[in-house]
Ligand binder design. Structure first.
Ligand code: ACO
Length: 381
């Protein structure tokens, strides 16, 4: 009889050493490659973040220009991906499901797009995922996909492909801030999935597709849409308490609150709240921003009252919802846009796992019966 320690959900288990991010759930700190999140978010573009995550350094001018150029050049998705997305749109599949179907096609054309070295594939994935999301979104609206532009940065080009119009500097800056803020976060479920996949010496594209599947669930990347829906349904600050109390009484979870690691406020919530405040100051709906703050305060009070000792605080998703809405993205694009940012982190972890070259293979404790006997099918009851 084995007496191994059981950790349901692997809570508290350390499965890797990483130089990429440090998540301190007690102090509410997030450090990315040595930088506090607040040093990077609002300053770095997503391209700079990619360089930091993949090469452990912020790029100098020349390296940044080279990276921007390579990414911009790799944005065109294979034709078959667009055909696949058109079929998915006919069946009104969710954007995450469509992305999950189209992402594997990025293996096609890999050799024409560059060499087959892992960095080249990684760049192609990061460059093309926004193209797939934007093309699908337009197909869902009955519009033609808009071809990517090479003269725009990563964030601006995504917004351009969605609307067909040049985004404002404020929208682009807000999206860069968002993508950098969510780019990596330790060994979360999707990143762990990616690491497990490459730990078998499988490849980065397989890892990203697996990670997309893990991110799709509402307990991970799917929360911001429902979080914003909740704010809209509440509608006015006076209704917040009744609405939230009733939801908690029904045993529902309030989306945008609680976290496996953070037992204090998620530091990403502060960064995104500041970015949202800036954006709504300029051209957003200030009343919605104020309402969201009031809903957050009421939710925190009720969680403390009704779920004492569980340390439930605002997580990244609550202000993700507000910020992405302020940028002009519909709720259906919240989770896929999260994926576009997190893809940089998934790939950074894949590189790290490949260097470690050790198979991830935990154990399970068998709790089923023993001693059952075979019976031919006609004798089974
Ligand atoms: N609203 C109400 N109650 C909650 C919430 C919430 N948002 N989160 C946790 N709880 C309660 C649970 O019901 C449970 O209560 P109980 O002790 O009475 O049974 C207790 O707190 C502990 O919950 P667990 O599920 O064990 O906590 P875990 O660490 O596994 O969950 C999670 C973390 C999944 C994020 C959870 O807090 C949740 O479901 N939040 C809402 C969804 C959400 O916002 N997800 C995005 C997370 S951030 C990200 O992934 C990028």
């Amino acid at each position: 009889m084995h007496t191994q320690h059981l950790s349901p959900g692997l809570e508290g288990v350390v499965a890797a050493e990483t130089r990429i991010t440090e998540v301190d759930g007690t102090a509410g700190r997030l450090v990315i490659a040595g930088f506090e999140l607040s040093e990077l978010a609002g300053h770095a573009t997503f391209e700079e973040m990619i360089s930091l995550l993949w090469h452990d350094e912020l790029p100098d001018r020349e390296a940044l220009a080279q990276l921007q150029h390579r990414l911009a050049h790799l944005r065109t998705a294979p034709d078959i991906a667009i055909q696949l997305l058109a079929s998915a749109a006919e069946q009104r599949l969710s954007v995450m499901d469509a992305l999950l179907m189209a992402a594997p096609t990025l293996r096609l054309g890999q050799h024409e797009a560059g060499s087959s070295e892992p960095l080249s594939l990684a760049l192609r994935i990061v460059a093309c995922l926004p193209t797939l999301v934007a093309a699908y979104w337009r197909l869902l609206q009955g519009a033609e996909p808009v071809s990517p532009r090479e003269d725009l940065g990563h964030a601006a080009n995504y917004l351009y492909m969605l609307s067909g119009c040049d985004p404002s500097a404020a929208q682009t800056h807000a999206l860069d801030t968002y993508l950098c803020t969510v780019a990596d976060h330790g060994l979360n479920a999707s990143t762990f999935t990616a690491r497990v996949i490459v730990s078998t010496r499988s490849d980065i594209l397989s890892a990203v597709v697996g990670a997309l599947g893990a991110l799709k669930g509402p307990l991970h990347g799917g929360a911001p849409g429902p979080a914003l829906d909740m704010v809209f349904e509440i509608g006015t600050a006076e209704r917040a308490e009744t609405y939230l109390r009733a939801a908690l009484a029904r045993g529902e979870r309030l989306m945008g609150f609680g976290h496996r690691i953070y037992k204090v406020r998620d530091p990403r919530a502060d960064v995104l709240a500041a970015a949202a405040s800036q954006l709504y100051e300029k051209d957003g709906d200030r009343e919605l921003y104020k309402l969201a703050l009031q809903v957050e305060q009421t939710a925190l009070q009720l969680l403390e009252e009704l779920k004492p000792g569980r340390d439930l605080h605002t997580n990244v998703e609550f202000y993700t919802a507000l910020l992405l809405h302020g940028i002009g993205l519909p709720t259906d694009l919240f989770a896929p846009t999260f994926a576009l940012g997190r893809a940089a982190g998934w790939i950074a972890h894949c590189f790290e796992q490949q260097r470690a070259d050790s198979l991830i293979r935990p154990q399970s404790t068998y709790v089923g019966p023993h001693g059952r006997k075979w019976a031919p099918v006609e004798q089974r009851q």
